[in-house]
Design a protein around this ligand. Structure first.
Ligand SMILES: Nc1ncnc2c1ncn2[C@@H]1O[C@H](COP(=O)(O)OP(=O)(O)OP(=O)(O)O)[C@@H](O)[C@H]1O
Length: 605
């Protein structure tokens, strides 16, 4: 079977190889099912032979009654064996398919979770979900089609034709030519006509999944701009393209099926006419004609279904290929073989001549960046938007690999250690913390699974989160909504800080919230952050002057370079310095606001 395009044949090969690999893991089950269905099918091939003998015995008169009875009993016995074996095969395929489907979804999730941040930044989560779930269900179809439908069809095809050829070569030849022509036509239409169209339909189906999840995930923004109608229209445009593509696929499939039925009609008419002609010539008995016609009708049933099976297989291959492609991708940022866990003693961070650029960006963001942060130091990163502050911490977490140079923690290159252990040593409080739609207790304990309720509450107290949690009707058992939407920004921040307390990691990354919080929440968060920083190496992407002032050291970023490096007072004393300019400009702006709102803090970065 070959697809028209290189990509098509690749897809078929990849999908079948993927499926066979999964069968191989459970080969006794797969082999048992195959054997049962092949034996069940062989019994069917012999039924027409005994039907022919029965008719000849009947035509010869009552003297042949024992032969007629023998033929009848054989037909009945073969039928019963077929029923039992067929049941065994179908019964066995249930656990096989369910085990493989479970493996497939687990493995796909395992891989996708470990793909690089770059991959996730470039992929729609909804599209990925569609690819995985569609692929998982396609496997159900592939198992049924190959094991329970195509395999018996091929056995019947080969078996009946061989048996007929032994018995009656001319009829065997007619049947073989008809069956081969039909098989060739079916496979060609399915793979060269329908498959390419179906692949395009699937791409649009995946796009619909992506748009649905992207838009529903950003529902707050849509609502805020009253843009529901605009989003309806955006989806409608994609649905229209999808409909046109699917209509084309389904129309082509309908024409293909009709073409195949027309060919079957030609084969049947030719076989019947040949049998009648041979009878007319006196070269065939009524039993012979019965045998040929019964054989043909058995074959006809299977042939008719082969067309349907090949189409189903082709559809399932199309449905699975995007998921199989996910298995072919490399993780992007992968652990070295036998990467050891990172053991942090103090938490010294060093960027040693680091060069880095995102994906296809021509110019590097960092070019030969050198900086050393001693263990236990509290460093504020400031600088204009896009200057590289977030990227700096992403490289520390090894969410991306550097193009050149090294990022070191306590002298260990982050590329040499196991990623999971590296990230366990770094607690992070994001600017917009994301929570799971789980209880508050589970969200806090995410940093340390198995933490006791007492430990969770202690972390929440340190994060100034305990009081607001206690006021909720279900307290720590409150579900927070998807991504934590049922909490305010300040509450989400405090839950994230509680998480970081529980993580108790030697290195801490804090990305201050830029959204304006009320002064009470802000003070509570600042205080919690201060507490959290104690005794750790802390890197703070700072937006508030109060935070920056309190730091041991400030790094001023601009266009991926560190322009200034020092304490607040030192940098402020530098006439014409970048930090001083930032400070003055923003203090000015903030001073005006402060005249109105006395307790508001000026912002940096
Ligand atoms: N995943 C990405 N792919 C490509 N370019 C990116 C990616 N993430 C960031 N960039 C680019 O890298 C540059 C530095 O971004 P970064 O997020 O590090 O800046 P930042 O100083 O943290 O900004 P902000 O204060 O606004 O958060 C920007 O020009 C940004 O557009």
């Amino acid at each position: 079977m070959s697809f028209s395009s290189k990509r098509g044949s690749d897809a078929l090969r990849d999908v079948l190889a993927f499926t066979f690999r999964h069968w191989a893991r459970r080969w006794p089950m797969a082999a048992g099912i195959g054997a049962a269905i092949v034996l069940a099918t062989l019994t069917e091939i012999f039924v027409p032979l005994y039907a022919g003998r029965l008719i000849d015995a009947l035509a010869a008169g009552k003297s042949e009654a024992p032969a007629a009875l023998e033929a009848f009993l054989m037909m009945a016995g073969l039928g019963l064996v077929m029923v039992v074996l067929r049941h065994l095969a179908w019964w066995g395929v249930v656990p096989l398919t369910l085990h493989i489907m479970s493996d497939v979804v687990r493995e796909a999730f395992h891989r996708v979770q470990r793909f690089s941040s770059d991959w996730h930044a470039n992929s729609f989560a909804g599209s990925t979900v569609r690819k995985i779930t569609r692929g998982m269900w396609a496997l159900d179809v592939i198992n049924d089609v190959i094991l329970l439908s195509l395999l018996p069809s091929v056995v019947v095809l080969v078996g009946t034709v061989l048996l007929l050829m032994l018995h009656w070569p001319l009829m065997g030849l007619v049947m073989a030519v008809g069956a081969l022509a039909y098989g060739a036509l079916t496979v060609t239409l399915a793979t060269r006509v329908v498959a390419p169209a179906a692949r395009l339909s699937n791409a649009w189906d995946t796009r619909i999944g992506g748009i649905l999840s992207d838009t529903l995930g950003a529902n707050q923004v849509v609502k805020a701009f009253g843009a529901e109608a605009r989003e309806d229209a955006r989806l409608a445009a994609v649905v229209t393209r999808w409909r046109l593509r699917v209509r084309r696929t389904w129309t082509l499939a309908t024409w293909s099926a009709s073409g195949e039925f027309a060919l079957l009609w030609v084969v049947r008419t030719t076989v019947t006419a040949t049998a009648l002609w041979l009878w007319w010539q006196g070269r065939a008995t009524p039993g012979d004609v019965t045998y040929v016609l019964t054989t043909y009708f058995v074959l006809h049933g299977y042939l008719r279904e082969i067309g349907q099976h090949v189409h189903n297989l082709q559809r399932a291959v199309n449905d699975m290929e995007e998921m199989v492609d996910l298995h072919g991708l490399t993780a992007g940022v992968a652990d070295r073989d036998a990467a050891a866990p990172l053991a942090v003693r103090g938490g010294e961070v060093r960027f040693d001549h680091v060069t880095f650029h995102y994906g296809r960006h021509a110019a590097p963001l960092f070019a030969g960046l050198d900086v050393r942060i001693p263990a236990g130091q509290r460093v504020g990163l400031v600088g204009p938007s896009g200057s590289g502050k977030t990227t700096f911490v992403k490289l520390l977490q090894r969410l991306y690999d550097v193009s050149d140079g090294r990022v070191l923690i306590d002298g260990h290159d982050v590329r040499e250690v196991a990623q999971a252990s590296l990230r366990q040593q770094i607690a992070i409080v994001q600017q917009e913390p994301i929570l799971f739609h789980r209880t508050l207790a589970e969200n806090i304990a995410y940093a340390r699974p198995g933490a006791s309720q007492g430990e969770i509450e202690r972390a929440a107290r340190l994060a100034n989160a305990h009081d607001f949690i206690e006021r909720l009707p279900k307290g720590y058992r409150t579900l927070v909504g998807e991504r934590g939407v049922k909490l305010s920004g300040g509450e989400r921040q405090r839950v994230a800080i509680a998480r970081a307390f529980l993580a108790d990691a030697p290195i801490l990354i804090l990305d201050e919230a830029t959204s304006s919080l009320d002064s009470e929440s802000e003070a509570a968060i600042q205080q919690a952050m201060e507490r959290l920083m104690q005794g750790r190496t802390a890197i703070v992407i700072a937006h508030r002057l109060s935070t920056v002032r309190a730091m041991d050291r400030i790094l001023v970023f601009e266009h991926g370079r560190i322009l200034e490096d020092g304490r607040h007072e030192t940098l402020l004393a530098k006439a014409g310095g970048r930090y001083r300019r930032l400070f003055e400009r923003q203090s000015d702006g903030m001073a005006q606001i402060a005249a109105v709102e006395d307790d508001e803090e000026p912002v940096v970065g």
